[in-house]
Design a protein around this ligand. Structure first.
Ligand code: UDP
Ligand code: MG
Length: 312
C-alpha cells in the first residue's frame, strides 16, 4: 500500500499526459513516503490512452485506468478514487492547470489533523466572463447555502484522507461540492492557497452551460444535506400551508351556507377548493413517506453512521 495516491482525470488531453507525469514525478522526488499516480482516461477519443499506457510502462508508480466511455470529470475522479490505495489521496486536473509542486504542502497540511485540504487558486488563469465571474457567484452561493467556508470549491487540487473518500459518494458535477458533502459527514476541512496556470495544450471541456448544471446540482445538494435524514419532516412542513388553505375554504363554505341565499350557498366552489388543497397536502405527505422508505435501506449502510473520530 502506498502512502499517497495522486489521481488525475484526463479527457482528450493527449499532449498533457507526458508533461503531467514528468511534473508530478519531479514534484514528488523529495516526498518521503511511497506513492502512486493514477491517470484516469475518461473515454478519450484521441491518443490519450496510449500515452498513459506508455507512461505506465516507463514508470512503475504510474497506473492507467481506462473508462469505457466519457462519464464526465466527477465520475472519472470517483473511478480513480476507487482504485487509489493510498492512505492519503490527492486529486488534480490532468491539463497542467494545477501545480503538482503544491502536493507536498497539501499533504503536510492534511497531516496536521484534517480530513480534507482544498486548494484555493491564486491568480486564477481562466477567462473572466465565462469562468471567473460564474465561479465567483457559484462559490458565494455554495458558501451561503451550505455554510461551509471554503473560498474555491471548483479547484480540483485537493487532498483527502482515505476514510473520508469512503464516506462520500459523488455524481453529476458534484466534485465541486466535495467540501460541503464532507462537512455533512463531519470532516475537518481547511484550505490552502495554490498556484494555477493557463492551459498550454488542448482546450477546456466545458462551456457556459456548466453554470446551469452547477446551479441545479446545488439545489439537489441542499436537499440531500438538509432533508436526507428525515425527508418526511420536510414534506410534512411543506403541506402545512396547504392544510391551512383547505381550512380557510372550509370556513368560507360554512359562512356561505349560513349567510348566502340558497342558490349561492349550494355552489360547490368552496368545498371543492378545500378538497383540492387537502388532496394536495395528502399527496405531499405520501411522497414524504415514499422518500422515507426509499432512504431507509441506505440509512443502514455504514456511510451514514458517525465514526468514533467524529466525536471530538
Ligand atoms: N475532464 C474529464 N472528463 C470530462 C471533462 C473533463 O476527465 O468529461 C478532465 C479534463 O481532462 C481535465 C479536467 O477534467 O483534466 C478539468 O477539465 P477542464 O480543464 O476542461 O475544465 P476547466 O479547467 O476548464 O474548468
Ligand atoms: Mg482546465
Amino acid at each position: 500500500m502506498p502512502d499517497l495516491s495522486v489521481v488525475a482525470p484526463l479527457y482528450n488531453e493527449s499532449e498533457n499526459v507526458q508533461p503531467l507525469v514528468d511534473w508530478i514525478l519531479e514534484a514528488l522526488s523529495t516526498y518521503q513516503g511511497t506513492y502512486e499516480i493514477i491517470l484516469v482516461d475518461d473515454g478519450s477519443r484521441d491518443d490519450t490512452w496510449s500515452r498513459i499506457a506508455g507512461a505506465a510502462l516507463a514508470h512503475p508508480q504510474v497506473h492507467g485506468l481506462r473508462l469505457g466511455r466519457n462519464v464526465g470529470q466527477t465520475a472519472a475522479m470517483m473511478a480513480g478514487f476507487d482504485h487509489a490505495r493510498g492512505r492519503v489521496v490527492v486529486s488534480l486536473d490532468g491539463d497542467l492547470q494545477n501545480d503538482p509542486r503544491d502536493i507536498p504542502m497539501l499533504v503536510a497540511k492534511l497531516d496536521e489533523g484534517y480530513d480534507l485540504v482544498c486548494g484555493w487558486r491564486q491568480r486564477r488563469q481562466d477567462k473572466l466572463i465565462l469562468r471567473k465571474v460564474p465561479s465567483w457567484v457559484a462559490n458565494r452561493l455554495i458558501r451561503r447555502l451550505t455554510g461551509v467556508p471554503i473560498t474555491d470549491n471548483g479547484c480540483s487540487l485537493k487532498a483527502y484522507r482515505r476514510e473520508l473518500l469512503d464516506r462520500i459518494s459523488l455524481y453529476a458535477e458534484q466534485h465541486r461540492f466535495i467540501p460541503a458533502l464532507s462537512a455533512s459527514v463531519g470532516a475537518r476541512i481547511t484550505e490552502l492557497p495554490v498556484r494555477h496556470h493557463a492551459r498550454r495544450f488542448g482546450e477546456s471541456k466545458y462551456g457556459i452551460s456548466r453554470t446551469v448544471k452547477v446551479l441545479v446540482d446545488l439545489v439537489t445538494l441542499k436537499m440531500i444535506t438538509t432533508f436526507r435524514s428525515r425527508p418526511l419532516v420536510g414534506f410534512a412542513v411543506a403541506s402545512v400551508p396547504m392544510v391551512c388553505a383547505a381550512a380557510i375554504f372550509l370556513m368560507l363554505w360554512g359562512y356561505a351556507a349560513t349567510h348566502f341565499p340558497p342558490l349561492k350557498a349550494n355552489a360547490v366552489v368552496f368545498p371543492g377548493a378545500a378538497l383540492l388543497w387537502l388532496a394536495a397536502a395528502f399527496y405531499l405527505t405520501m411522497l414524504g413517506l415514499v422518500a422515507e422508505v426509499a432512504l431507509s435501506s441506505e440509512r443502514e449502510s455504514a456511510r451514514e453512521t458517525p465514526t468514533a473520530r467524529e466525536v471530538r
